[in-house]
Design a protein around this ligand. Structure first.
Ligand code: NAD
Length: 305
């Protein structure tokens, strides 16, 4: 009888253990599901048919941290109305390219399109009160004012370069310029692919602007874009900017600080577009729930002066 009781106890203990384990497993899965639900950021992507837009959707879905609620491009894009299949964490996901803004609310809008399109995006975000991550470059002064005005009503993150390394370079450039002092000539060289429309790059301008802020130069008056002619000697206090366009270069930015006897060079190379995409997705998660203001990647990375 004692032997029999021992067997019962043995089974009970193991049965309970198995049940306990099952409970733990089921709770784990529920917890994971809750976490996934909690972390899933609903995104709308503008310029979705472009090179950046396509990678944003692909990496967002691969990460499992985002739902794409709308992929928008201009009505004359050849893929409007067509589906693209992306890889999601639980299998393939079809996304249709649209040319109209939906009524469905997103947690955040990401725009990598064209400056004129960005204005339309801003108006949509203002109407719907959705925070905006704006990566489009080539924005003119009037459009900048529109961005600043919008940021009084909604959270707007505007960054001409969303890569983490480049944003560290933005922060360093001004500090290095001020540490080296006025005896060092400053030249910025940027290199991009042959399709890039605007020149110089938005990032080269941001580097120059940061240097100006830290050294008392007047931006953009102190900029000299390229040099040509018989009277093209460097003037003190200027910052030379040079734009190279060749092949499929993703993006290289160099800042040269030169004085008599030495040259200091800061350099950043983007190996591919995913560095910008990673930053944009990080920014989109960060901006949800933020109060109206104009933010930069320095806010996201917490590296503001
Ligand atoms: P792209 O030309 O491949 O894509 C742009 C897309 O915008 C195209 O599909 C185009 O049809 C679409 N578009 C044009 N007008 C539109 C409209 N009215 N509404 C909606 N969509 C419209 O260019 P890309 O290489 O993907 O770059 C897009 C933008 O992002 C450029 O301004 C580029 O300089 C900028 N960019 C920024 C960063 C950054 O980190 N901030 C990085 C890379 C590129």
């Amino acid at each position: 009888m004692r032997y029999f009781n021992n067997i019962i106890e043995y089974f009970n203990r193991n049965f309970l253990q198995i049940r306990d384990t099952a409970i733990i497993f089921s709770d784990c899965n529920r917890f994971k599901q809750l976490e996934l639900n909690k972390m899933s950021t609903k995104l709308m992507v503008i310029g979705a048919g472009g090179r950046m837009g396509g990678r944003i959707i692909a990496l967002a879905l691969e990460s499992g941290r985002f739902d794409i609620i709308s992929a928008i491009d201009t009505s004359n894009h050849p893929n409007i109305g067509k589906k693209t299949v992306y890889t999601g964490v639980s299998g393939p996901i079809e996304i249709t390219l649209n040319d109209t803004f939906p009524a469905a609310a997103a947690d955040a809008v990401i725009d990598f399109s064209m400056p004129d399109a960005a204005e339309k995006t801003i108006n949509y975000c203002l109407e719907t009160k959705i925070p905006l991550v704006l990566g489009t470059t080539g924005i003119n002064e009037k459009q900048k004012e529109t961005i600043i005005a919008a940021s009084k009503e909604i959270a707007v993150l505007y960054a001409t370069n969303m890569s983490v390394g480049m944003n560290v370079l933005f922060a360093l450039a001004g500090k290095v310029a001020s540490m080296l002092g006025p005896d060092y000539d400053i030249e910025i060289i940027e290199q991009h692919h042959r399709f890039k429309k605007d020149a110089p790059s938005g990032s080269a301008l941001t580097l120059a602007e940061n240097i100006c802020t830290h050294t008392g130069r007047k931006f953009p008056d102190c900029l000299v874009h390229g040099r040509e002619g018989k009277d093209a000697k460097r003037r003190d206090g200027t910052i030379g900017i040079h734009a190279i366009r060749a092949g499929d270069i993703t993006g290289v930015h160099s800042i040269i600080f030169g004085t008599s006897g030495e040259t200091v060079t800061l350099n950043h190379t983007a190996n591919n577009r995913d560095t910008f995409v990673g930053g944009a997705l990080r920014a989109a998660e960060w901006i949800v729930g933020k109060k109206p203001a104009l933010y930069s990647m320095a806010d996201v990375l917490n590296i503001k002066d």
